[in-house]
Design a protein around this ligand. Structure first.
Ligand SMILES: *Cc1c(COP(=O)(O)O)cnc(C)c1O
Length: 445
């Protein structure tokens, strides 16, 4: 190996360890890698690659695990699935059937939630910048709650609501100034982050909100970030939230609801993580005596582990310095997380024989014209050959929703497995769809 070539990280879980920690994935001697009861090769044969594949039973089970842990702690709490993690209509349907509400951050997500059958009353509209049009639409749809992130937004909402003759049920989003100890691009609860209202300004703004036309302040909201792997940030933030709620009440205002946001992290690398029971304990410690209706907005935790990106090896490129590049037909335009956050995702061959072959150090890349189009650096993987297939693990959250068509690559199709059945939930985008809304000026025609 040439000097300066990065070395494989010996602490990485290997293929066996990745599969052992993921009960929804099994390696079958003949059929290869299966999600729930479906061989992934059967889907790839029928639909082609790259393809996103999600497990409905896995999502359902995760929802129930979380709901049960919260109920076991004696908490009265409603779950609002954060659509931005994965907004396929079929995925939303899985959670609607479990009784979930939705957390939405745009007109598109609001419309998706309604289309998938989320009752308006169970929709929370979040986000740091909602347009007047979006606020008007949310009021016309009678969404259950609008989480307001600034005095400016409160005033805009007041004038829109009063003009439409409606009353907006508002929660003020506090910025608790707590470091979620996660990647800086997904941390949202520090004072210099753009989100929320500084916690010591909340009581004054709540008082003001109660005096504004068209506004009914019903509670407080918070979301300190995503992919949080320890309880400490949750505990600190919940304690501050509970303090602010008590303070607002002491001033004579009613606080019916406290929305605790999302943020529960998942073990991409088999690392220790916060269990639902642990989170439930933290919620109980902060809010048990407060007599409020609690809300939680989980996104990643419900869907990340349930999703795979199945891709084929286009070629294996050997370079004279000893480096070995496995070039996949999936790319950063499909899965952006490694490029954007340096995210680590497990990679597992679909073939059982490939999975047990001796591992060698490999870079796994996509075909897009950017060096950042790299899924894994110096990873110990079996010697995959041309046309071998691999699954990139734990991509159910912030995966396909972040896809682009960079390099004029159409959006990959998506499949939902449910036990022994599977169905296409989004077709592969047609190339014509890439330019169907474009116009060439007559002078250039
Ligand atoms: C993104 C987001 C969530 C979901 O976060 P996860 O880390 O995916 O659980 C919840 N609430 C708000 C306001 C968000 O912006």
């Amino acid at each position: 190996m040439a000097l300066g070539t990065p070395r494989a990280d010996p602490t990485d879980p290997d293929i066996r360890e990745l599969l052992a920690a993921r009960a929804h994935l099994t390696m079958h001697a003949l059929d290869g890698l299966m999600l729930e009861s479906v061989p992934l090769n059967a889907i790839a044969d029928a639909v082609g690659t790259p393809v996103w594949i999600y497990g409905a039973a896995t999502m359902r089970q995760r929802y129930r695990t979380l709901a049960r842990a919260l109920a076991d702690a004696g908490l009265e709490i409603t779950l609002h699935y954060a659509l931005k993690a994965n907004d396929h209509l079929a995925v939303i349907r899985v959670f609607v059937a479990e009784g979930a509400g939705a957390d939405v951050v745009s007109e598109g997500e609001l419309r998706r939630a309604r289309l998938a059958g989320v009752p308006s009353s169970q929709i929370v509209f979040s986000g740091v910048g909602k347009s007047e049009h979006e606020l008007r639409l949310a009021l016309a749809m009678e969404v259950g709650q609008i989480n307001v992130e600034s005095a400016e937004e409160l005033h805009i909402l007041s004038s829109v609501a009063a003009g439409a003759g409606r009353i907006a049920r508002v929660a003020l989003r506090i910025n608790p100034d707590v470091d979620a100890e996660t990647h800086t691009k997904i941390s949202t609860g520090r004072m210099h982050d753009k989100f929320g209202i500084p916690w010591n300004d909340i009581a004054g703004l709540y008082r003001h909100a109660a005096s504004l036309p068209g506004i009914k302040p019903v509670g407080l909201a918070m979301h300190i970030g995503s992919q949080i792997m320890t309880l400490a940030p949750f505990r600190a933030a919940y304690a501050r939230l509970a303090d602010v709620a008590r303070h607002v009440r002491a001033e004579g205002h009613s606080v019916e609801v406290v929305d605790c946001g999302g943020g529960l992290g998942v073990p991409y690398r088999n690392e220790p993580f916060v269990s639902p029971a642990g989170l439930a304990g933290a919620l109980h410690a902060a809010f048990a005596g407060l007599d409020v209706r609690l809300q939680l907005e989980p996104g990643r935790w419900l869907v990340a582990g349930a999703g795979l990106l199945v891709s084929s090896v286009l070629m294996v490129k050997h370079v004279s310095n000893g480096m070995r590049f496995v070039v996949l037909d999936a790319a950063m335009n499909d899965l952006l997380r490694p490029t954007l956050y340096n995210a680590w995702h497990g990679i597992v061959p679909l073939s059982a024989a490939d999975a047990v072959a001796p591992a060698i150090q490999t870079d796994v890349v996509g075909p897009v014209c950017e060096s950042g189009d790299t899924f894994a650096r110096s990873r110990l993987l079996p010697p995959l050959v041309r046309n071998a297939r691999v699954a990139i693990l734990d991509v159910g959250a912030y995966g396909s929703v972040m896809s682009s068509t960079y390099n004029a690559r159409p959006l990959a199709p998506a499949v939902l497995v449910d036990g022994e059945r599977w169905s296409l939930i989004r077709s592969r985008q047609r190339h014509e769809a890439l330019w169907q809304d474009e116009h060439v000026p007559e002078s250039l025609a």
